[in-house]
Ligand binder design. Structure first.
Ligand SMILES: [Zn+2]
Length: 339
């Protein structure tokens, strides 16, 4: 099992590259996202989630409160044995801390592969034979009992989100590209929909120049209420922000080093939460409360020093009153972080 440090390293790689001069930029296209509902990606996420459901001494995934998303009591004895054998593979290999590594490696191998039984994924360096076999062995059980419902839920989610995305995407993309100063992909961003995306409900991989292993891919939960409706719009663009936060992340590190100060770990991710929430409020109206600032999200409390500093030092940049560099210098100088 890999350590937290390696998870953070992967997150930094995914989000941390500086902009490249040759990166393609674009005007937002008419359909900025391509939504997908793939059998094998769904099965993989369900097995991941089920293997991580909390048990004594183990908190499990945050998304959906760690509740089961399949009814194992609907299975025959033979199906139960088959399903449990596949779950055992996931249980032995994945934790809430190493999931991101595996997302990055395996998801591309599971996309666009037609459903069982006519199609099955090939073993690759990212999807080893034992993992592939555990998916193939669970596939008939998933097909017989769970896929129809999951596919219907996923497609209904896409249908509900499409009008919101079409109404707001162009505005959000322009706003976020201006805030982060990095380009989005020149082609529509692929978004895979699955019932669960442990541990948080959404995940993004990719970075400029968005080719080969750097291709942009967002995976979103169709069942997690944090990704539905207006909140879903904010969280979709939270995920998009992961693609283009690299310059801000690098500037935060450099400013802290220059000033000899220490920032809270992963402050760049708090910047994403704050920014996506507040630009969503700009777009959706003052009554819209940013996701991270709702008590139910348990992310920023009202007296959280990160929130206090971002309001004071980052909001003026969002309002156009200062430059990104000055805002980041002010964040790095915040006395709240050196207490
Ligand atoms: Zn995030």
């Amino acid at each position: 099992m890999r350590s937290l440090a390696s998870v953070i390293a992967v997150a930094l790689i995914a989000c941390g590259a500086p902009p490249r001069a040759s990166s393609p930029s674009r005007e937002p296209p008419a359909a900025p996202f391509r939504f997908h509902v793939d059998f094998w990606a769904n099965l993989n996420q369900v097995l991941l989630h089920e293997a991580l459901v909390p048990r004594p001494g183990f908190a499990g995934p945050k998304s959906l409160g760690g509740q089961h998303v399949v009814r194992a009591d609907a299975l025959s004895a033979e199906e139960t044995a088959r399903w449990q054998a596949s779950l055992a593979y996931y249980d032995a290999h994945f934790t809430t801390r190493n999931l991101f590594d595996h997302f990055i490696e395996s998801m591309p191998a599971l996309l666009g592969v037609g459903p069982w039984p006519s199609q099955r994924p090939a073993a690759t360096s990212a999807l080893d034979e034992e993992w592939r076999r555990s998916l193939v062995d669970a596939a008939p059980v998933y097909q017989a009992h769970f896929w129809t419902d999951d596919e219907r839920t996923d497609r209904a989610y896409v249908e509900r989100m499409q009008p919101l995305v079409l109404a707001h995407a162009e505005w959000f993309e322009k706003r976020l590209v201006a805030v982060y100063g990095m380009p989005l992909p020149a082609t529509p961003i692929d978004v895979e929909i699955t019932p669960v995306v442990p541990p948080y409900g959404g995940f993004t991989q990719g970075e400029p120049p968005y080719d080969g292993p750097n291709a942009a891919l967002i995976t979103l939960s169709s069942r997690d209420p944090s990704y539905a409706g207006d909140t879903g719009v904010e969280m979709l663009f939270h995920e998009v922000s992961h693609l283009i936060v690299g310059r801000v992340e690098k500037a935060l590190d450099e400013a802290a080093k220059r000033q000899g100060t220490k920032l809270p770990p992963r402050l760049w991710h708090d910047v994403i939460f704050y920014t996506a929430g507040h630009v969503a409020q700009e777009r959706l109206g003052a009554a819209y409360i940013p996701f991270a600032e709702r008590p139910s999200a348990r992310l920023f409390s009202a007296d959280d020093p990160r929130l206090i500093v971002l309001r004071r030092a980052w909001q003026p940049y969002l309002d156009g009153h200062t430059t990104m560099e000055s805002a980041i210098d002010a964040i790095a100088a915040a006395p709240e972080f050196s207490r």
